[in-house]
Design a protein around this ligand. Structure first.
Ligand SMILES: Cc1cc2nc3c(=O)[nH]c(=O)nc-3n(C[C@H](O)[C@H](O)[C@H](O)COP(=O)(O)OP(=O)(O)OC[C@H]3O[C@@H](n4cnc5c(N)ncnc54)[C@H](O)[C@@H]3O)c2cc1C
Length: 475
């Protein structure tokens, strides 16, 4: 009879349906048990690599998007002299989270002369200060000033105490210049030495032998890193993130770790949708970004004293500067001129050749018989759009919780990087620790949510622009 179905056919239809439903359930269960949560990490500096490493090791699916054509960020070892020199990062304090990684790699550690910050409690035997006429500053005078600075206190306070107690030291002439030099040195170290090494530094690893590339490479081993992927937009929803890169491609995941420099966040070249909350935006705006650069001069032979630093003292802190003597630690005839603050900004406007000449002119002022360098390298951390600054500092008169506010997650967005470290801002070990912290927060948050979510699995990776949605994301 038309319109009626036999019981045999009904049974067959029933069996077929049950089989289909069971197989669907099975495949869903199978996917649930095998698929793992997904995270996009943005920025392959120490913070991003540390976060990606930790999440990868915890069996998360991780993609690391990096705008440059290399990893490491502000840790950058250059080999063009035929031996490694670091254009960013100089060293690592022994008692900090990175030291075990360095130790496992067997990299040589070079002990600097001071157990504390070079600003506050440094062994002045490792310094040779010169005025602009090439006269070496007497050790007595620097020792004298140093005694007044022996307490652990802010440099501003120390200066006013010295002046109150010893009006005769109200620094004129050479004394004034030496003080300016200290201020200049502080500017170079701002947000870094005072908070970081003042407490923990006693040993430093120097670019002796292989530089820092092995450390970065070891941490990054086996990670899915996409170089040349500049992130321009991050959309967050209750159930995932969508990250867009410069050429329009998009990536989906359960969560994202934002590990780009503070300067990049300040420039607003990454759009957040919806906007970040006001407390987060104000932390980004209120924290400062300082600039310190390196002009690395390679000479045929050594002609300078065997000290760690050669300081140039002058009337104003702007004119003061210093050279880091790499020969002491590495055996190569290399001096590193390290301008900071406004001087660094001004030098970044010069061509590399003019900048190298400027550094050499400074050297000639203090060592008139200096011979010209045979090679040079110049960093541009302030204008490089991948960094837009060297490191963060907290500005006077702003709230004290800015670093913490920068770190605190917003929904499924986690933040890492030196500028999110309350303990060691402005440092590599600070960046590294915050990467681990962001990974831990992210793991907890995503796993917590993962259990609650619907049957569909997260989709990880590049979004494919097709009309029929074969992949179902949580977005
Ligand atoms: C001259 C100099 C000397 C220093 N000396 C020391 C020192 O002696 N000791 C010390 O501990 N620290 C030192 N520092 C500081 C240290 O290098 C930094 O604090 C640390 O490397 C920062 O790591 P990070 O992961 O937070 O940021 P970064 O290393 O800057 O990593 C951020 C990454 O994000 C990428 N990125 C940027 N924008 C985007 C985007 N839109 N999309 C995708 N990726 C993006 C960048 O390319 C970069 O790779 C120095 C820094 C400088 C510049």
């Amino acid at each position: 009879m038309s319109g009626l179905v036999s019981s045999d056919a009904l049974n067959k239809y029933f069996l077929l349906s049950v089989t289909l439903i069971l197989s669907l359930c099975y495949s869903t269960l199978e996917r649930r048990s095998t698929a793992s949560p997904s995270v996009i990490v943005i920025g392959a500096g120490f913070a991003g690599i540390a976060a990606a490493r930790a999440l990868h090791d915890a069996a998360f699916q991780v993609i690391l998007l990096e705008s440059r054509d290399r990893i490491g960020g502000r840790v950058h070892t250059d080999y063009s002299f035929g031996f490694p020199v670091d254009l960013g990062y100089n060293g690592v304090c022994k008692d900090n989270p990175l030291a075990p990684v360095i130790g496992r790699l067997g990299l040589p550690l070079y002990r600097t002369s001071g157990d504390n910050s070079v600003l506050y409690d440094h062994d002045l035997e490792s310094y040779a200060l010169f005025d602009m006429e090439g006269n070496q500053v007497s050790q007595d005078l620097t020792d004298h000033i140093r005694q007044e600075f022996s307490e652990d206190m802010s440099i501003q306070r120390a200066i006013s105490i010295v002046f109150e107690r010893r009006p005769d030291l109200r620094l004129e002439g050479l004394g004034h210049k030496v003080l300016q030099w200290y201020l200049c040195r502080m500017e170079g170290c701002i947000g870094f030495c005072s908070s970081t090494c003042g407490r923990v530094a006693s040993w430093w690893a120097w670019p002796n032998g292989p530089g820092y590339l092995p450390v970065v490479n070891t941490l990054a081993k086996g990670l899915d890193i996409r170089l040349g992927h500049r992130v321009t937009k991050i959309v967050r929803r209750y159930n995932g993130v969508k990250v867009t890169v410069e050429d329009g491609r998009t990536f989906l995941a359960d969560a994202a770790v934002v590990a780009v420099p503070l300067g990049v966040l300040k420039s607003n070249c990454i759009k957040f949708e919806p906007r970040l909350p006001e407390w987060k935006e104000s932390a980004i705006n209120d924290l400062g970004v300082g600039i310190e650069n390196k002009i690395i001069l390679h000479f045929e032979k050594v002609f300078w004293p065997n000290v760690e630093f050669l300081g140039v003292v002058a009337e104003t802190s702007y004119e003061c500067s210093y050279f880091l003597n790499l020969h002491k630690a590495t055996g190569h005839a290399v001096l590193v001129y390290m301008p900071a603050g406004q001087l660094a900004r001004d030098i970044e406007k010069m061509s590399d050749e003019v900048a190298a000449n400027f550094a050499f002119t400074q050297l000639k002022r203090i060592l008139p018989n200096a011979s010209a360098p045979i090679q040079y390298l110049v960093s541009h951390w302030g204008t490089d759009k991948n960094s837009l600054g060297s490191y963060s500092y907290d500005t006077v008169g702003k709230p004290h919780d800015l670093y913490e506010r920068l770190r605190v997650p917003v929904d499924n967005l986690f933040f890492a990087g030196e500028a999110t470290s309350t303990d060691y801002p402005g440092s590599v070990h600070g960046a590294y620790s915050t990467g681990l912290m962001a990974a831990e927060d992210c793991k907890m948050r995503v796993l917590e949510r993962y259990g609650e979510l619907d049957l569909f699995q997260p989709v990880m990776g590049e979004e494919v622009p097709i009309s029929v949605p074969l992949l179902i994301s949580r977005m």
